[in-house]
Design a binder for this molecule. Structure first.
Ligand SMILES: Nc1nc2c(c(=O)[nH]1)N[C@H]1C(S)=C(S)[C@@H](COP(=O)(O)OP(=O)(O)OC[C@H]3O[C@@H](n4cnc5c(=O)[nH]c(N)nc54)[C@H](O)[C@@H]3O)O[C@H]1N2
Ligand SMILES: Nc1nc2c(c(=O)[nH]1)N[C@H]1C(S)=C(S)[C@@H](COP(=O)(O)OP(=O)(O)OC[C@H]3O[C@@H](n4cnc5c(=O)[nH]c(N)nc54)[C@H](O)[C@@H]3O)O[C@H]1N2
Ligand code: SF4
Ligand SMILES: [Mo]
Length: 804
């Protein structure tokens, strides 16, 4: 099925895209005699402005001596240092896997087989994610461990409590910043010049044309140099910052009052006595549970009918401020509109208080709020900097509500729900086994968290394996993913992976998690296989681009693509009828059918095809089939300043700020021994725990770094470049000191993902679990978690750094 480039002797130039990270940069490959020589940027492609060092190292990645090239079977126990890997054929590998999964499903139910998936943001597993999900749904397991709790939860799920859509800054289906039209943009805990080149170049272009830029980051990252305001926030306090900015905007009238009144649940009355919305039943028994607002026209309460998208009376003038006494069945009850309560919460975060909490000057807060309002249309993209915290759900809520004040949602130059090329869903939520599926592990303890979306977090996976709670997980299929490095509590994770009855891992390299597998499946490098991509997310133009990335060179050894592995496994599990009997092309034809693009046409045009799309704005105002404005996909059909869903599950309905639990304010005693605030950031030249074995990349950065202020270093006798020990209340690791005079002297920034050797450069492997190792996540505790999502505090902790 793969269209391998013809191996003529003259070098061929073939259009493609680099799939190594979420940027998916448009590229032209040079191929000679069946060898990939390299990639360069393809300026004709909507994401082809530039390539990073990783994309330019594509040939080294393909040819790496560390590649897993044949299926392997473990022959020695998992406790042994020597796994005793022996090569086996694909038939044996797939049969072993299918029979183990069947056995486990018979004994414990199909949910006892979990899947770990590398994030699509850090790998090309995205080629196969939809099909892997389909396999899970066909088989009947909801337990996908995808790192969503540290990557995507806040951005794409927590914001749904506000907007009801895969939220702000999310990819397909979510509202993306329309950077080319924005008047002002916020990069909030997001460093796209290192982590998503396409956004990096788009922001730089926009600044040239006059867009104002706000960067919120403890570090003076790439685009901070072009920013009007760089807010050097204390790690973990973005929630307080968002509330403080909102306070300035509300106090000065810098907000879109009409939008808040007409399109949010800001007017809904909340009772002071029980902190619940005032509903019709409160006034007279049996009248209904529709919430009430205060109508300034009639001077009394009026019900909001979400189903009808209207008040039950005409010409209502709902109050946003004030306090009202309403005669209820319980007597007179004091009530305030949601917006008044939100404004009161924000009012606690005065500029001076924010300065104290966030370590940001008070004047800067006011200047930033001024920009957000007066330089509209405003847009924002927030990512890992606000996501890897134990208060991330409410932080994302606070940010999304701050954004609601601008009224720019889905407006030109704001965060826009971009159009998408129509395609058929392939994930198989409607398959019979999916409809009968058990809830994902973690659902009982965090009912609104990742488990509600059929995702499991590592902590819950480990408990299900080690304690059988809430039910046993005994089998695991890993498609990429290195949870032992990506997440906290690697030691417990290692115990859990070793305790499985059966673990199969498909990868290009054997990472420390994969090293605990029973069977290893060799995966073709992304440049050795096709990849279908419908829409490139970052702009309307990119969204209209559809591309079948060609296989540039044949797979090395016995490697197969993830998609081929999924289809083959499905057959062996007796699920072939849900997988077009193993015919991948037939599956892709089905997926493409609504687009009007023929698979053959796409294959013949490796640079991709374009489907014209029109961007429509303010779609919430457009009437649906019933003639009623669509509104938002929330329970109230409005932007939810107050989330009844959160309140009903026992969480704060307004975005309250929680101090990082292991931080200088919440834990002053710990801070005496561990005085520095610790966070982490990505390396420019590696993706998370990968790529250290690639010489072209390792040459650019030999060792893990920890950034610290020169004064903090001097006070500890640490020289630039010296190896240091980072000690936290949880663990210790090593890194090399990188001095950074623009940091707050109380903040240090480490790097995750270091374990791998690079033989060519004599760079040794490092123990990912021991105290002399370099695995940043050994420093972070397991117990401090976001109550909604279970996210650990990987970007806000305490530590001390000392010379070695
Ligand atoms: N080169 C490279 N590119 C990548 C990846 C990679 O590993 N390497 N990984 C990919 C993946 S999986 C993802 S999710 C994306 C992520 O892309 P980003 O979100 O850009 O990733 P990070 O560098 O983790 O975090 C962004 C910024 O948050 C800052 N930060 C740290 N703590 C805080 C805080 O408490 N508040 C605020 N406001 N900022 C803080 C850091 O200094 C950093 O500059 O990148 C993708 N692209
Ligand atoms: N302290 C700290 N920890 C973090 C982060 C942080 O910023 N700070 N970032 C977090 C984030 S945002 C994320 S997303 C996670 C990432 O964690 P993971 O999703 O586990 O990603 P990686 O560590 O990059 O490991 C990816 C694995 O997938 C394999 N792989 C690559 N491409 C393919 C492919 O096409 N098919 C298959 N089958 N395998 C492939 C690679 O060889 C590698 O073994 O880490 C998280 N951990
Ligand atoms: S940013 Fe680099 S690794 Fe990511 S897609 Fe572009 S070239 Fe590839
Ligand atoms: Mo990520």
């Amino acid at each position: 099925m793969t269209a391998t480039a013809d191996s003529a002797s003259a070098p061929q130039r073939i259009k493609t895209y680099c799939p190594l990270c979420i940027a998916r940069c448009g590229a032209v490959a040079t191929v000679e005699d069946g060898r990939l020589l390299g990639l360069e940027a393809d300026p004709e492609h909507p994401t082809g402005q530039a390539l990073c060092a990783k994309g330019r190292a594509a040939a080294e990645i393909v040819e790496s001596g560390d590649r897993l090239l044949r299926p392997m079977k473990r022959t020695r126990p998992k406790g042994d240092d020597d796994p005793g890997w022996v090569e086996i054929g694909w038939d044996e590998a797939l049969d072993l896997t299918a029979s183990a999964f069947r056995r486990i499903a018979e004994q414990h139910g199909p949910a006892a087989v979990a899947f770990t998936l590398a994030s699509g943001s850090t790998t090309a597993v995205a080629d196969a994610t939809g099909w892997i999900r389909r396999l899970m749904n066909a088989f009947g397991t909801p337990n996908a461990v995808t790192s969503v709790e540290v990557c995507g939860w806040a951005r794409s799920y927590a914001t749904r409590f506000t907007y009801g859509v895969a939220g702000l800054g999310s990819a397909a289906g979510g509202a993306m910043p329309e950077i080319d039209k924005a008047g002002c943009m916020v990069l909030w805990g997001y460093n796209p010049s290192m982590t998503r080149l396409t956004h990096g170049t788009a922001v730089a272009e926009a600044v040239k044309r006059g867009m104002r830029l706000i960067v919120v980051d403890p570090r003076h990252i790439g685009l901070a140099a072009k920013a009007d305001e760089w807010l050097r926030v204390r790690p973990g306090t973005d929630g307080a910052l968002a509330l403080g900015l909102a306070n300035v905007m509300i106090a000065r009238g810098w907000y879109d009052r009409d939008f808040v009144r007409d399109w949010s649940n800001g007017p809904v009355l909340i009772r002071d006595d029980n902190e619940a919305p005032l509903v019709e039943d409160d006034l007279a028994a049996g009248t209904g549970d529709r919430p009430l607002v205060w109508d300034e026209a009639t001077g009394g309460p009026v019900a909001w009918d979400a189903a009808a998208g209207a008040y039950v009376q005409p010409d209502v003038r709902p109050a946003l401020e004030g306090a009202f006494t309403v005669a209820t069945r319980d007597g007179d009850v004091a009530c305030r509109p949601v917006f008044a309560r939100y404004a009161a919460l924000c009012a606690d975060y005065t500029a001076d208080r924010v300065a104290e909490i966030c370590w940001i000057p008070a004047e800067q807060l006011i200047r930033t709020a001024d920009l957000l309002w007066h330089a509209r249309p405003s847009a924002y993209y927030a990512w890992n900097g606000h996501e890897q915290h134990a208060n991330t759900t409410q932080t994302a809520r606070a940010m999304s509500l701050l954004y609601a004040l601008t009224g720019c949602f889905d407006q030109p130059g704001g965060n826009v729900l971009l159009p998408a090329v129509p395609s058929a869903p392939i994930t198989g939520e409607d398959l019979p086994a999916a409809r009968a599926m058990a809830p994902a592990v973690g659902r009982e303890s965090r009912p609104l968290g990742p488990a509600a979306h059929n995702n499991a977090i590592t902590q819950d996976l480990y408990s299900a394996i080690l304690d059988g709670a809430p039910y046993p997980v005994r089998g695991l299929a890993g498609f990429g993913a290195n949870p032992l490095l990506a997440h906290v509590d690697g030691a417990r994770g290692r115990e859990a992976l070793a305790a499985l009855d059966f673990y199969v891992h498909a990868d290009m390299f054997v990472n420390p998690s994969a090293a605990l597998a029973d069977v290893l499946l060799p995966v073709a490098a992304p440049f050795e296989r096709e990849g279908l991509k419908i829409g490139f997310e970052v702009s309307a133009r990119a969204q209209s681009h559809v591309q079948l990335r060609p296989a540039l060179v044949p797979p090395r050894g016995e490697c197969r693509s993830d998609v081929e592995i999924v289809f083959a496994l499905a057959e062996r599990l007796g699920l072939g009828d849900h997988f077009w009997d193993g015919d991948i092309d037939a599956g892709q034809r089905h997926q493409l059918a609504p687009s009007g693009i023929a698979l053959e046409a796409l294959r013949a045009a490796p640079g991709g095809l374009t489907v014209p799309l029109e961007t429509r704005y303010a779609k919430y105002r457009a009437p649906g089939a019933d003639g009623i404005a669509a509104g938002f996909a929330t329970p109230s059909r409005r932007v939810e300043f107050w989330s009844e869903s959160l309140r009903a599950a026992g969480y704060p309905p307004l975005p309250v700020f929680e101090e990082p639990a292991v931080g200088p304010t919440a834990a002053p005693d710990l801070a005496k021994r561990y005085p520095l605030v610790l966070t982490s950031a990505k390396s420019a030249v590696f993706c998370n725990s990968q790529h250290r074995g690639i010489p072209a990349l390792r040459r650019r950065q030999a060792d893990p770094q920890v950034e610290l202020h020169p004064d903090a270093a001097a006070a500890r006798g640490i020289a630039a470049g010296a190896w240091v020990r980072i000690a936290s209340p949880t663990g210790t690791v090593r890194a090399r000191a990188k001095l950074n005079a623009r940091l707050d002297p109380r903040v240090v920034v480490g790097q995750n993902g270091w374990w791998q050797a690079c033989a060519e450069l004599d760079a040794p492997a490092r123990d990912p679990f021991g105290p002399e190792g370099t695995n940043y996540n050994q420093l972070i505790g397991d117990a401090v978690r976001d109550p909604v999502s279970g996210t650990a505090s990987q970007k806000a902790w305490l530590c001390e750094v000392s010379a070695l």
